[in-house]
Design a protein. Structure first.
Length: 58
């Protein structure tokens, strides 16, 4: 480990504290869910509407 887990920087004018922390599991799950839905949506609806070139090829 780098030993910087307890480093915290405080912005004095706004009172915001910034430090090193792990990404919450709920946020990782939300990101994975969104990307999974995006891939499903693109795969499912890529050819949902027939093009006019396909219709006139008969």
């Amino acid at each position: 480990m780098s030993g910087h887990e307890d480093d915290v920087y405080l912005y004095e004018t706004s009172g915001i504290a910034e430090g090193n922390a792990r990404v919450p599991l709920w946020l990782l799950a939300a990101i994975v869910s969104l990307f999974s839905f995006f891939a499903y949506f693109i795969y499912t609806y890529w050819n949902a509407q027939p093009s006019s070139a396909q219709a006139s090829a008969k």
